[in-house]
Ligand binder design. Structure first.
Ligand code: UT7
Length: 322
């Protein structure tokens, strides 16, 4: 049996930091409100001219180094992003060019905050079927570009960043299962209400911003992530105590805490970066994973539950042996 196993992780954050106190000067908000309602203290923001592919490249190079591989060893490139550099080609193709990878398939996955979970599942299926042996899977975003900096309901939440993993074919597990879902009926609860085909001028003129019915999204996310925990454990005949680490999407500390509670998991076993990074959408899970791998919390053989929820709605989980 062939599994796909993580052999390297990497991440990258832009240098510029935007604190809650900075935001107090931009919209009617307070450090206290943001911390209490979201857990966020600060977020990183890409510099002018710094793109999603720049962040993706830095994270990818760290992951390749950690795996002890060269770019030429990679035979599949997937980038999960909602904020592609160009309308086309895909950011994955741009990343390929930067890394000097020629020939293997490269494509983007668009599932907003669940994008990395979707991308991992796709890469896993390529590897299990024998179509790829060494996949580079990246989640990278410059959400600051589609943030309305006058809307306090969204601008305090999001940040920029990238995370990456190398997945390799292995006889050892590996990804044990992944579970993807979507329900497009809820598209208007969390979306950018315009785009290339609806109103290209709005894109060109920088009027394409995220909009969210935060409270409704919050309640749906808590309910849905609770269900996916049950689905994932049942599919693997596991119990709550079998999970060593929860690596959740970093949208809101209260959503993370609710999922941890569902797993009877103390917060010490949950990787939390939302305080430092804000919500980086498709980048948030691989960023959190890399942080906990590099600081030594996550060790080889640990059982990890990765999960995410985002626009679409989309949601999903990956259960793996690290
Ligand atoms: O990653 C994709 C998925 N996204 C998410 O999972 C995000 C889900 N939603 C959330 O995390 C939360 O709903 C928010 C953090 C966005 C909002 O927290 P909430 O506890 O749901 O607050 P709320 O929307 O119910 O608003 C409570 C109050 C309102 O004032 P009134 O009507 O009670 O007077 C808002 O106008 O807080 C007000 N408010 C703010 N106050 C200060 C909303 N945003 C802010 C703000 N600063 N930035």
């Amino acid at each position: 049996m062939t599994y796909s196993r993580i052999t390297g992780t990497g991440s990258f954050l832009p240098e510029k930091v935007l604190t809650n106190h900075d935001l107090e000067k931009m919209v009617e908000t307070s450090d206290q409100w943001i911390r209490e309602r979201t857990g966020i203290k600060k977020r990183h923001i890409a510099a002018e001219g710094e793109t999603t592919c720049d962040l993706a490249e830095a994270a990818a190079r760290h992951a390749l180094d950690a795996a002890g591989l060269k770019p030429a060893d990679i035979d599949l490139v997937i980038v999960a992003t909602t904020t592609a550099d160009k309308i086309f080609p895909s950011t994955a193709c741009l990343l390929q060019k930067r890394l000097g990878i020629h020939g293997p398939p490269a494509f983007d996955v668009q599932a907003v905050c669940s994008g990395f979970i979707y991308a991992m599942d796709v890469a896993d299926k390529f590897i299990r079927s024998g179509s790829a042996k060494k996949a580079l899977v990246v989640g990278a975003e410059t959400l600051s570009r589609i943030t309305n900096w006058k809307d306090r309901g969204t601008c305090v939440l999001f940040g920029d960043g990238a995370g990456a993993i190398v997945l390799e074919a292995s006889a050892e597990p590996g990804i044990l299962s992944s579970h993807l879902h979507a329900d497009g009926a809820y598209d208007e609860m969390l979306h950018v209400p315009t785009g290339v085909s609806i109103d290209y001028d709005s894109v060109r003129e920088g009027r394409a911003y995220m909009e969210m019915q935060g409270n409704d999204v919050f309640r749906f996310a808590v309910r849905t992530l609770g269900k996916i925990v049950d689905e994932t454990l049942a599919a693997n005949h596991m119990t709550k105590g079998d999970i060593d680490w929860l690596v959740p999407h970093q949208a809101n500390i209260r959503i993370i805490a609710a999922t941890a509670k569902k797993l009877n998991m103390p917060m010490e076993r949950v990787v939390v970066t939302v305080d430092e990074h804000g919500n980086t959408s498709a980048a948030s899970v691989p960023l959190a994973l890399d942080v906990a791998v590099r600081d030594g919390r996550i060790k080889r053989g640990d059982t990890l539950l990765l999960e995410a929820f985002g626009g679409g709605f989309t949601w999903g989980s990956v259960l793996l042996k690290y």
